[in-house]
Design a protein around this ligand. Structure first.
Ligand code: NAD
Length: 490
């Protein structure tokens, strides 16, 4: 029941094993046990996928026929939705998603996002007439075309695999590009299963290709280096993003980067339901493995002790509500891997060493299962100069930072290398909005508004990335612009 069928390579419309026959294990984070196997793509498989995507872009009608693409992609979205149960099962077993998390970003958020992208397609302008202009006595008739970039390599992380894969693959295919998807080593099955559904939807061979690989860098490096790949759309850590940007410069690739975050949640002293605003700031959804998660809670000094008491109560109440594989309302399971567990535990050690006060959690929880379970953890008395306030932990760890006034809150919010998301809660909407406008980040929620949805652009300021996904902007990222002027002599 907790096993997955093989995650195969998908090239030119065909599923295959690696050329050298290599396979690698998929580990179930709930148990730490092997849940399945994936074909381990190597250099020759990558070369074949590039050739396949190149051919489909250069020699087929995919890039020209907008109506056909929309028809195929609409069918693809519908079939993905029909496979919700299978998609959720894969997210649970290979990504450690809890069932209740499936109803949000993991599955339903991704399926809704795919529908949103399809709706946004009609807002994309592929060709526009510009006003005629007489230059040196000659009339010029002019148009501007927005043409697909070409072959896109989508390199994705493990945290919410369907959501991130759809944001790239859906948008790039709608734009008229062809795609090679390179999933994280931890989550190959979601990508391979997306290819199975693509076949059923009638996506033409070569338009979409998938390369699972056990080596985190091997296939990605080859895709980045290849002159036959036009664009890298990467989601992952800032360190790898910077490396890809440097490597991509050699072939002047378009490089879009969705990177890490250390987003703020600012709860102001006049928040209408202060208790709810503080209690709901626990970093627990999918064990905190979300890039735009507001993991720095900024609380007014005047209500700081009260906020800490609310958090202690909320975490105590939550303790029995997480780590259950079967429970439909459960939103938090294990972290993805032993490596990630060790990384998060190291940050918890660093936080204590730096002098932050452990309000709750901080330990492993083997009572929840044999997998990679870390207790929901909250540090109080955190100073924004501490590493736990500056570096992305990507685990169930919240840090609480007191502030003096609105100006101080903005100063702390923006004193960060990152700038992905953020939240402001206040009884005075104008006050909250003023603060939202000053936060240096790509998407801000005011009083609980949903700033991350498939029809809104998503992306980072500063070290959180370059480019936007989702919305019509997310499709337009995969276009390049050409101006044509026709001289009308005589
Ligand atoms: P990662 O950077 O280690 O890996 C991301 C992807 O890049 C994986 O597919 C990996 O195999 C590949 N990769 C690794 N080294 C590479 C190289 N040298 N060349 C090419 N590809 C390479 O990140 P991760 O640990 O998989 O994911 C966690 C990170 O992702 C966090 O920092 C998180 O914030 C970020 N993330 C960002 C967003 C966003 O939209 N901003 C969304 C989800 C996750």
């Amino acid at each position: 029941m907790h096993s997955l069928s093989d995650a195969l390579i998908f090239i030119d419309g065909e599923f295959k094993q690696a050329d050298n026959g290599a396979m690698f294990d998929i580990i179930n984070p709930w148990t730490g046990q092997i849940a399945g196997c994936a074909a381990d793509a190597g250099t020759s498989d990558t070369t074949a996928a590039i050739a396949s995507a190149r051919h489909a872009f250069d020699k087929t009608n995919w890039k020209h026929d907008h109506a056909y693409r929309l028809e195929v992609m609409t069918r693809y979205a519908k079939l993905l939705r029909e496979k919700r149960t299978e998609l959720l099962q894969i997210a649970r077993i290979e990504a450690g998603a809890a069932v209740g998390a499936g109803a949000r970003a993991h599955i339903d958020g991704a399926l809704d996002g795919m529908d949103d992208l399809i709706q946004c397609f009609n807002q994309v302008v592929f060709e526009e007439q510009r006003p005629n202009r007489t230059v040196n006595g000659t009339l010029n008739v002019r148009k501007v075309r927005h043409e697909p970039l070409g072959v896109v390599a989508a390199i994705t992380p493990w945290n919410v695999p369907l959501y991130v894969n759809v944001g790239k693959v859906g948008a790039a295919l709608l734009a008229g590009c062809t795609v090679i998807l390179k999933p994280a080593p931890d989550t190959p099955k979601m990508a391979s299963f997306m290819a199975e559904v693509a076949v059923a939807a009638g996506l033409p061979g070569g338009v979409f290709n998938v390369l699972p690989s056990s080596d985190p860098a091997l296939v990605g490096e080859q895709l980045v280096a290849s002159p036959l790949v036009d664009c890298i759309s990467f989601t992952g850590s800032t360190a790898v993003g910077k490396h890809i940007m440097r490597q991509g410069a050699e072939t002047m690739k378009r490089v879009f980067l969705e990177l890490g975050g250390k987003s703020v949640n600012i709860v102001l002293d006049d928040a209408p339901d202060f208790t709810m605003a503080i209690a709901s700031s626990m970093v627990v959804f999918h064990a905190g493995q979300g890039c735009a998660y507001p993991t720095r809670l900024l609380v007014p000094k005047s209500r700081y002790q009260e906020a800490c008491a609310i958090l202690q109560g909320a975490y105590a109440h939550f303790d029995s509500q997480w780590g259950d594989f079967e429970e439909p309302t459960c939103i938090m399971g294990p972290v993805i891997s032993a490596k990630q567990r060790d990384r998060v535990m190291e940050y918890i050690r660093v936080g204590q060493e730096e002098g932050a006060r452990l309000l709750t959690g901080g330990e492993l929880r083997p009572d929840k299962g044999d997998g990679f379970f870390i207790a929901p953890t909250c540090f109080a008395d955190v100073d924004n100069t501490m590493r736990i306030a500056r570096e992305e932990i990507f685990g169930p760890v919240l840090v609480v930072i007191p502030f003096e006034d609105d100006e101080d809150a903005i100063r702390i919010a923006n004193d960060s290398d990152y700038g992905l998301g953020g939240m402001v809660t206040s009884g005075d909407e104008a006050r909250a909005l003023r603060m939202a406008e000053q936060i240096e980040a790509g998407c801000i929620s005011v009083n609980g508004g949903m700033s991350i949805l498939g029809d809104l652009p998503f992306g980072g300021y500063k070290s959180s990335g370059i480019g936007r996904e989702w919305g019509h902007e997310g499709i337009e990222e995969f276009l390049q612009t050409k101006a044509i002027a026709i001289a009308k002599h005589g």
